[in-house]
Write a protein that binds this ligand. Structure first.
Ligand code: SF4
Length: 742
């Protein structure tokens, strides 16, 4: 059956890279999978056998699909649409996904893309050619993961595989596997962890001298008195920052030496490579040191946020920046065309909003999430955890005024996102100063507008946001004094027309919701700010039911989910990466049970204006609408171009079985006009679907729970829920875009 042509080798030096790849023999497992592919698809085999070269294969497969599946109108409409709509996406049936994917594979056959997962190596997508080479020459080098993906694709095309239908009961059962940190049994485990950690800290503090720190023991204190002090200090966020763990050895000690030697080896290599460690004692107390039967594997999403992967260690030093629009040269526009003040304090992607990063402690965070894009800056030495050096410098006050002028004079900016790092790492004094300056600027902008005619008026500031992960990392930071500052700002800023006050948190796991977190959120809600959450859909967070449960627990304490982000980055984040296919699957099979009907849109639109009633309002809406949770979040990827989107199609696949995705921009929101010139964005995923499923199995998941995953090869960005829309002005804003250079 297998007749291979005899080929005489060229000298390797004369061959192109692609010619070299063509000659790589496929392995035994690939042969077996190829045989399976052909035996399941006699039409495909006939085309391959009757074609003299790969061009004839491509033509043959296209003709076959267009002839035999021509009645599938939605598939062809979607395939031909330059910008398809969400409505059309929702009409697609399972086979349609396969038709579109194969036609896209054919259209992009032979295209070359730099694969930044492999330090810029060129990836060529030509799956039908790889199969043809494998059949006719036993070469092409395609790996088993490639053939598995192709087998699944043709099963979907034949109508043999079905889109999984998942019941709400099934989703509920998956969610039940993930207890929250409010479960009394989990609270008990955390108390044990805390007691172990504070005893280790006690020894450290016993060695300190009084003059070095506010945290010291007077000489005559008994052990009980020391423990009492430590209990009090545990409530003080500064204590946790000061005693954050900065080495793998101490990390392991704090975790009762529970880390296995392989993990420790990676962590020690991470330390040698210069990757910082910064895990505060409170957050460390959330990690289990033995697997509790009530929560097997439940803490993995937070565990892998603290423990670095081998891939990160290998890539550290070679990490490529993902966010192109954040790389700014003085006097030149950023990738989105925006001109920004010097100093790297402002980032801007969209007309309406800019990110403000203060020159304060706010540049730091209460921890270092392993998949954080800022690893790039730690790698280059631009960031570190020398917190003392992050106190605002003398000229920060003047610089802040200059930054405020930018907002004041800009035609479209109406939204300030204070972040960093972490917006709440700034001291109360720094934060108050910052909010005061924002208030004064917003007031001046409003006053200036009074003199401008309708149609020439500038956008006034209507939304202020603070991005922070401290409610998860260190809820003790939400002190009564902080809450007072936030409330006072809200009260006075409301008078001058600012209407939305949002704390944007980052919870990854239901286990991060602890009694201290709940108290922190209650305080923030009482201050009148709306709390929203963004999470990163890491491999551990992508397990069935995990994110659905997080949404539910967040809702219970009055938090609205905002964005669910695909892990960005390249090979350094390979371990944490969950393919976009899983993102779409989660959206259509689990999140769908939290879908809010449009008839409730008016109710939810009012939520931020009644922010102190958030718990009650969410609860009432869930009850009336019969929803286990409110899926107010949109699944998106932060594109390495401009903005966020989940509008994509799989247009290629590498011989390793890693998918090549073509992303389009989110059409549901305003962009810089540069978007028209930018075209689509190509992403090569760092992990094949097969590798991802293996990883899930290692986390204890059942492969069959993810049936159908291979089939999700396209996505369409969801519509924004009205709770996240800007309020309307009662005047007409100018259409001018200022600070823009295209
Ligand atoms: S909180 Fe955000 S910015 Fe800070 S380390 Fe984590 S992901 Fe990065």
């Amino acid at each position: 059956m297998w007749d291979f042509m005899i080929t005489y080798p060229l000298k390797p030096s004369k061959m192109t890279e692609i010619e070299k790849l063509d000659r790589i023999a496929i392995n035994v497992r690939s042969h077996k999978l190829l045989r399976q592919l052909l035996s399941e698809n006699p039409e495909l085999e006939a085309i391959l056998r009757n074609s003299k070269n790969e061009t004839e294969v491509v033509v043959g497969v296209r003709e076959w699909i267009e002839r035999s599946l021509k009645d599938r109108e939605d598939a062809f409409r979607f395939y031909h649409a330059r910008h398809a709509s969400r409505d059309l996406f929702e009409k697609l049936e399972w086979r349609d996904y396969a038709i579109i994917r194969i036609l896209d594979y054919i259209d992009h056959a032979g295209k070359e893309y730099p694969d930044l997962n492999l330090r810029g190596e060129i990836a060529v997508s030509n799956p039908l050619r790889l199969i043809w080479l494998a059949v006719n020459k036993g070469t092409g080098g395609a790996k088993p993961d490639f053939f598995i993906d192709m087998i699944m694709l043709f099963r979907q095309l034949r109508g043999e595989s079905q889109q999984p239908s998942v019941s709400s009961e099934q989703v509920g059962a998956w969610m039940d596997r993930y207890p929250s940190g409010l479960d009394p049994r989990i609270i008990q485990l955390r108390e044990e962890n805390k007691q172990r950690i504070i005893r280790i800290l006690m020894k450290q503090i016993e060695k300190r001298e009084a003059k070095n720190s506010r945290y010291y023991f007077e000489p005559q204190l008994s052990k009980a008195e020391k423990l009492e002090k430590l209990e009090r200090w545990w409530e003080d966020y500064r204590f946790h920052l000061q005693f954050a763990v900065r080495s793998p050895a101490l990390l392991n000690e704090m975790l009762n030496y529970s880390l296995d030697p392989d993990t420790m080896k990676v962590l020690e290599e991470a330390e040698e490579a210069g990757i910082p460690f910064f895990v505060n004692p409170y957050y460390l107390s959330l990690l289990h040191v033995r697997v509790p039967y009530i929560a097997v594997g439940a803490d993995l999403a937070i565990r892998y946020y603290v423990l670095y992967s081998k891939q990160l260690v290998n890539e550290f030093g070679n990490i490529v920046a993902w966010e192109k629009e954040d790389q700014v040269k003085p006097g030149l526009p950023n990738a989105a065309g925006w001109l920004l003040p010097d100093g790297h304090n402002l980032h801007r992607r969209y007309p309406e909003v800019a990110i403000l990063i203060p020159d304060t402690m706010g540049r730091a965070c209460g921890g270092l999430c392993s998949s954080c894009q800022r690893m790039y800056d730690f790698q280059g030495g631009r960031l570190n955890f020398n917190l003392d050096k992050l106190l605002p410098g003398e000229n920060w006050s003047d610089k802040l005024k200059r930054l405020m002028s930018y907002f004041e004079e800009d035609a479209q900016l109406r939204d300030i996102l204070i972040t960093g790092g972490d917006g709440l790492m700034s001291s109360d004094k720094s934060l108050m100063h910052l909010l005061d300056e924002i208030y004064e600027m917003a007031k001046r902008k409003k006053k200036k507008n009074e003199k401008l005619p309708d149609g020439e008026k500038l956008s006034e500031i209507v939304r202020v946001r603070i991005g922070t992960r401290l409610p998860a990392y260190l809820p003790q930071r939400i002190t009564l004094n902080l809450v007072k500052i936030l409330k006072e700002f809200k009260d006075k800023a409301t008078v001058i027309g600012i209407r939305q006050f949002i704390i944007q948190t980052h919870f990854e796991s239901p286990l991060e919701i602890t009694p201290l977190t709940t108290m922190a959120i209650q305080r923030l809600i009482a201050s009148g700010w709306t709390i929203t959450n963004q999470l990163v859909f890491t491999a551990a967070a992508s397990r069935r039911g995990h994110t659905a449960k997080l949404r539910q627990v967040l809702n219970d304490i009055g938090v609205l989910p905002y964005y669910t982000f695909t892990v960005k980055g390249y090979m350094e984040n390979n371990s944490g990466f969950a393919p976009n296919a899983r993102v779409v699957q989660e959206q259509l099979e689990e999140k769908v049970f939290g879908h809010i009907d449009e008839k409730y849109y008016e109710d939810i639109r009012k939520f931020p204006e009644e922010s102190t009633m958030m718990v009650e309002n969410i609860e009432a809406l869930r009850r009336f609408a019969g929803l286990p949770f409110l899926a107010t979040d949109r699944n998106v990827l932060n594109l390495p171009g401009v903005g966020k989107s989940l509008t994509f199609r799989v247009i290629g696949i590498t011989r390793y079985g890693r998918r090549i995705l073509e992303f389009d921009h989110d059409e549901t929101r305003n962009h810089s006009p540069i978007i028209q010139e930018m075209g689509k964005v190509i992403i090569i995923e760092s992990k094949s679907i097969h590798e991802y499923l293996q990883q899930l199995e290692e986390m204890g998941e059942l492969r069959e729970d993810y049936d159908g995953l291979y089939g999700y090869s396209l996505g369409q960005t969801e519509h924004r829920i009205p709770v996240y829309e800007y309020p309307d002005y009662d005047f007409k804003v100018t259409e001018t875009l200022s600070n823009l250079e295209l």
